[in-house]
Design a protein around this ligand. Sequence first.
Ligand code: RB5
Length: 148
Amino acid sequence: MRIVIGNDHAGPKLKEVLKEHLITKDVEVIDLGVREGEKIDYPLIAKKVAEYVMANKADLGVLICGTGIGVSISANKVKGIRAACVSDPYSAKLSRQHNDANILCIGARVVGDELAKMILDEFIEASFLGDRHQRRVDIIKAIENEEV
Ligand code: RB5
């Protein structure tokens, strides 16, 4: 599995924790985020990671900012992205199973390291269940394609 990860200046520490965790699970990690001491406005890193996922260069994405909210709002502006801002393992699992989320967003100032690892594990281990959930995701896609 290939995971692309990105973060703004609120997230370098948690990003490193999650990268290390993924590497121990033999996951290929592509890091597009900033390092400690560097700064980036969260919509820019969210766009970068979202486009990486949509180009099929990674299977799933992970975005980290202070709350997870800024990166999730931004990533969801990219067509085809279903970014879930999550702070508990149950929602992480359901975001894959029901919503076919393709990016996990975590708030580094909200979620502690150990909880973040559990959230990430649920996200990468769960699979989309399809069936009635597919119909609902198709409605999301149709909304996305509507002219406003
Ligand atoms: C940056 O200070 C902070 O605003 C950002 O990381 C994020 O929390 C925005 O949603």
